[in-house]
Ligand binder design. Sequence first.
Ligand code: SAH
Ligand code: SF4
Ligand code: F3S
Length: 469
Amino acid sequence: MENTEELKRQREYIERLKGTVIRLKDSLSRTPKCAVVTFGCQMNARDSEKLAGILKEAGFALDGTESDADLVIYNTCSVRDNANQKVYGHLGSLKPLKKKNPGLKIAMCGCMMQEQSVIDNISRNYGFVDLVFGTHNIFKFAELLYRMYEESAGQIIDIWESTDDQVEDLPVERKYSYKSGVNIMYGCNNFCTYCIVPYVRGRERSRDAKEIVREIEKLSEDGVIEVMLLGQNVNSYGKGLDEDIDFSDLLKEVEKIDGIKRIRFMTSHPKDLSDKLIDTIASSEKICRHIHLPLQSGSDRILKAMNRHYTKESYLGLVRKIREAIPDIAITTDIIIGFPGETKEDVDDTIDVINKVEYDNAFTFIYSKRTGTPAASMADQVSEEFASEQFNRVLDAVRECASKRNGMLIGRVEEALVESISDNDPSMVTGRLSNNSMVHFKGDKQLIGSIVQVRLHTAGGFYYIGDMV
Ligand code: SAH
Ligand code: SF4
Ligand code: F3S
């Protein structure tokens, strides 16, 4: 439910925080600096922009780093154990800084904070952390920050189990002027057996289409030309809303917004990808020629144990349909290696799918056991050695097909949205093609944020070199 009462409350706290910042400024003789450090996926990146929006409005400078900031915020991810370990590593290196400078404040939020074991660990072993909140009450950030500075001596921990509240219209500070993520839904209901996301992000909730459209219209007025619609399973958008609307209908609404030139979305679950959606993409001028379609495994037995609700054949059938309707589309994927019970033959099936689909790129992950998920208590966990052996086989297959695919556009003139000055050559800029490939070409920083025509003449590993026409 949209909660305007709460919005008002949080706006009041932002006003009060302005006083806090003035007080800090007086005692430091400079504007207090903060560093928002983000781990994990696009959802977290978008959440961090919301945190930054509130901090900026309150008067903080956003250009702090972990070593010089007065306030450090870790927005965490818990999808794999190494994500958790990384956060603890960063936290450990702040401890001596905090000893030297007791005025340094440390806040933690994001998916890890929804794990009870993490909260126990922080309250027991990381007493120097000042504020902890979770994924459901991120809209309370202004209030919690105010309490941390003005009311509390000890550690504040505020974690909610779930929420129905959607607090819209708090300030947001975007990382890029010309593109933006837009949440279209929160949470996940799929409970893939390996995955912690449904536990840390809660049940699936779609946002009202008119709220989404209103947000994108405002973004467009503010200079945004590309939006990325975000959800764990965008293909099930609309379930549970009063309005009878699905993801394909939503895309058509977004397409109507004048200033928006490009539409991307993430992530598509193969089980819910409809023919209607394929038609909508095929007939759209604005929806980009790229789909991220996580496979996870090519083995029917493993897919069943993962609770993915599709088979190798149905996945391949889906890819065939997509390629027939949209021949130049790039397809990327996620793959997990080393799921409990996985054998070499199962991995052969995964490699078979890789070879048949010819992915443009794939993110490959070694299975990580997440406490509380069904897969964590499956009996036949595989050895690290086996997993890393199989991982290398899969990686080789991915590299081979990605290099086959990259270069397919050579000779064509394509639209590129210029994103930055090229890392390797300051006389070049880097742009993104509709199919998500990068292209480098001669140009200057005036071009950043605009769409230009580029002739693609050579290809490197994962990019093209071209000339603006
Ligand atoms: N909602 C998206 C995925 C979000 S998580 C989807 O369903 O496709 C991003 C990726 O992390 C997943 O696609 C999966 O490949 C990987 N992942 C999730 N849980 C994992 C685990 N326990 N171990 C290893 N990889 C995992
Ligand atoms: Fe995790 Fe599956 Fe939900 Fe994706 S769809 S977030 S993999 S449970
Ligand atoms: Fe990580 Fe949370 Fe995203 S667990 S992948 S940051 S939803």
